[in-house]
Write a protein that binds this ligand. Structure first.
Ligand code: GLN
Length: 487
């Protein structure tokens, strides 16, 4: 069994564990061995004992015959979710060695579903980035080509899933951080409607945008995982939506005949690589072959999304990150003469360059005299972007387009040009600003063999429809089954 285990889906693992084909401890040990042997840099914290303790608990539930659906299935968490049994750094020196006294709602829900945590996954510092190179603890390699980035900010999550180091991972998406790395690593990831998953215990970057979601190797697995992680959490997250938990697997097998898929003119213009365009056409053909109908739509304000996002997200970040002052928790500078100097030295030492850039931009756009010109204006355009989508959904059921303009770039390629990173978010930002559910599903490969992702965007709370379309696509295509060589 053991050499096959890491190729099994979440659904298969759950069934095999229930049937007693192997134990949760067997599964955990198998994946831990693969993680220890890996040189991708995807994991920031691994603790075999903590993992095996959860596996033993899952085995006890399985033996008692009343185990929850995902009992014993391994998962790993982006290091932005606080966990009691593993340290949490958010990829920052600021939180080096930090141990949370409480558990995030999302990781708690997975634990209650019986899942076994394999450890914490690398990410860009405070989830700010598109390549995972902003992590203070080193970059992560893309398993398809180890000279390339895995994407970001959930780069460790996507790389670990693609390299079969875990069957499932959590990610967070503020402006594309689940979808873009999923696209770069050839895996499936979904960001639900803003408010579906609780933000409690998810280290805050831009609170009006931050949303958790699963990354795995198929739409079916994403449906299982998303069903387990979404529940109202009104006492701990005031933006948590009051909608009952949903079983997103229920409608997966429904036909998509007649489904109207909108293709925004603005997503298919200049700027998209030829390889991405060709792959996307193939995926759209596959959807049409399943009976879906494509219709042309327009999102006129979408082009402004990069400018708007890189005002709003840094503004919120500058406020959220003010808590790292050397007093309450995390890093504190050693040498200082007075309180002011302690704050300054602590923040100068603890934060990396990109985080500082965002804090400075954010502070600037919120400052007296610039607020109206930047922050307020950006909020107004944000509303226009959301309105565009509502108009578009009058003519279609869901929207398809590229996840990213190109495939994974070479490590270090954007080092001296942060704007190149920002521009690569062009297709993922509109749905984020509107708070809509969106996912990336494999759509083939470019001429150099790098994975291409197709983005699907749904209307509010229509995750089931997105996952159904992706599952139907995955039932007639095999891009999502391809694995990188030498993993
Ligand atoms: N790449 C975007 C940024 O750097 C998105 C990050 C995210 O979604 N967390 O802000």
């Amino acid at each position: 069994m053991s050499h096959e285990l890491h190729n099994m889906s979440v659904a298969q693992l759950a069934a095999a564990l229930r049937a007693g084909e192997f134990s949760a401890q067997d599964a955990a040990s198998h994946f831990l061995a693969r993680i220890h042997a890996s040189t991708l840099g995807a994991f920031l914290a691994v603790d075999d004992e903590a993992t095996l303790a959860q596996a033993r608990a899952a085995d006890a539930l399985l033996a008692a015959g009343n185990a929850p659906a995902l009992a014993g299935v391994p998962i790993a968490h982006k290091d932005i979710f606080v966990t009691r049994d593993w340290p949490t750094t958010a990829g920052s020196r600021m939180l080096e060695g930090y141990r949370s006294p409480f558990e995030s709602t999302v990781t708690r829900l997975f634990q209650e579903a019986g899942m076994v945590c394999l450890g914490k996954l690398s990410c860009d510092e405070f989830a700010m980035g598109s390549s995972n190179e902003n992590c203070a603890y080193g970059s992560v390699k893309n398993p398809w080509d180890t000279t390339r980035v895995p994407g970001g900010s959930s780069g460790g999550s996507a790389a670990a899933v693609a390299a079969r180091r875990t069957p499932a991972a959590t990610g967070t998406d503020t402006g594309g951080s689940i979808r873009q790395p999923s696209s770069f690593c050839g895996v499936t990831g979904i960001k639900p409607t803003y408010g579906r998953a609780s933000r409690y215990g998810m280290i805050a970057f831009a609170s009006s945008l931050d949303q958790a979601g699963p990354i795995s190797r198929s739409a079916e697995d994403c449906a299982l995982l998303l069903s387990a992680m979404c529940a109202p959490d009104p006492l701990r997250d005031s933006t948590s939506l009051d909608v009952p938990p949903e079983d997103f697997t229920r409608t997966l097998n429904g036909s998509i005949k007649g489904l109207r898929i909108g293709l925004p003119r603005e997503f298919f213009g200049e700027g998209m690589d030829a390889g991405v365009r060709a792959a996307l056409e193939g995926a759209l053909d596959a959807l049409r072959a399943l009976g879906a109908v494509t219709v042309d739509i327009s999102l006129p304000s979408a082009a402004l999304a990069v400018a708007v996002y890189y005002i709003i997200a840094p503004a919120e970040a500058s406020s959220n990150l003010s808590r790292y002052d050397g007093v309450k928790f995390g890093h504190r500078a050693r040498d200082y003469a007075d309180l002011q100097e302690m704050y300054e030295a602590t923040r100068a030492e603890g934060f990396g360059a990109e985080v500082k850039r965002r804090i400075m931009t954010g502070t600037y756009v919120l400052s007296h005299g610039y607020y109206d010109a930047y922050y307020l204006q950006a909020q107004k355009v944000r509303r226009q972007i959301a309105d565009d989508f509502q108009r578009a959904f009058g003519a279609c059921d869901l929207i398809a387009g590229p996840t990213t303009p190109g495939t994974a770039w070479t490590l270090g390629a954007h080092e001296s040009n942060p704007l190149a990173d920002y521009m690569a978010d062009i297709y993922t930002l509109p749905a984020s600003l509107a708070g809509l559910p969106a996912m990336s599903t494999p759509a083939g490969f470019d001429a150099t063999g790098l994975p291409v992702g197709m983005q699907l965007i749904g209307n509010y709370l229509q995750e089931a429809q997105l996952l159904q379309a992706a599952h139907q696509l995955q039932s007639t295509t095999d891009w999502h089954r391809k694995a990188p060589a030498n993993i």
